[in-house]
Design a protein around this ligand. Structure first.
Ligand code: 6PG
Length: 228
């Protein structure tokens, strides 16, 4: 398993800023960017929009979505829209939203269709759950074992307990860079297992590594507290 380049900063705001800078840099260069959901990246997306308001060279994707309407407060799209898209001067060339409202099977099928001829991503951003999940790939859930499709539906293994649509592990890793953003003490155990432990389906994050470039992680001190 490729090792992870880990950067530890004092607190969550600084970590968000670093990831915001990386997103802005990629937006300037152009290419395909895959966003993560959850609450941690919100400030990184806000910083990215502030640092680079022109995303016209970007194709935007999501690693996963909750099966709710796009204006639902649990929607990963809704979070990214408020924190990033609504703050841009120039929108991305393409916004490939996962249609969670279609339900897990139809929504996954629709996203597979959109991903059909798409090659290697340029930058995939991932969060990490306290149980070690990434995107909506939960420990020991069937979706984690899927290797013949780009996206699948899944039950939820973590709140919010609504059905999910997620990119599969091989699809998430088909990238030139994979970047984890993880903050908070509640993630410290999962961080040590995912970034410094043996690869295991008990910790999906330990299986997430870029296939065609570096895997990096930006952590605050609390999240890094169990790393030796
Ligand atoms: C989701 C995410 C998920 C997230 C982790 C961490 O849809 O929930 O994609 O994988 O990254 O659950 O979430 P927090 O940042 O909210 O802790």
């Amino acid at each position: 398993m490729t090792s992870v380049d880990i950067a530890v900063v004092a607190e969550a705001g600084e970590a968000a800023r670093l990831v915001g800078e990386r997103l802005a840099e990629q937006a300037r260069a152009g290419g395909s960017i895959v966003l993560t959901g959850g609450s941690t990246p919100r400030r990184a997306y806000e910083a990215a929009a502030e640092l680079e308001p022109d995303w016209s060279r970007v194709e935007l994707w999501w690693g996963d979505e909750r099966c709710v309407p796009p204006d639902d407060e649990r929607s990963n799209y809704a979070m990214a829209k408020a924190a990033l898209l609504d703050r841009l001067e120039t929108q991305p060339a393409a916004i490939h939203r996962i249609q969670g409202e279609l339900g897990r099977d139809d929504g996954a099928a629709e996203y597979r269709y959109e991903l059909a001829d798409v090659g290697t991503f340029d930058l995939v951003v991932l969060g990490l759950g306290p149980d070690g999940h990434v995107a909506s790939l939960f420990p020991k859930f069937p979706a984690l074992d899927v290797t013949d499709r780009d996206a699948v539906g899944s039950e939820a293994g973590h709140e919010p307990f609504v059905d999910r649509i997620t990119l599969t592990l091989p699809r998430l890793c088909a990238t030139r860079e994979l970047l984890f953003l993880v903050t908070g003490e509640d993630k410290a155990d999962a961080v040590s297992r995912a970034l410094a432990g043996e690869p295991s389906p008990k910790t999906p994050g330990s299986l997430a590594r870029a296939a065609e470039g570096p895997t990096r992680a930006v952590l605050d001190r609390a999240a890094a507290s169990k790393l030796s």
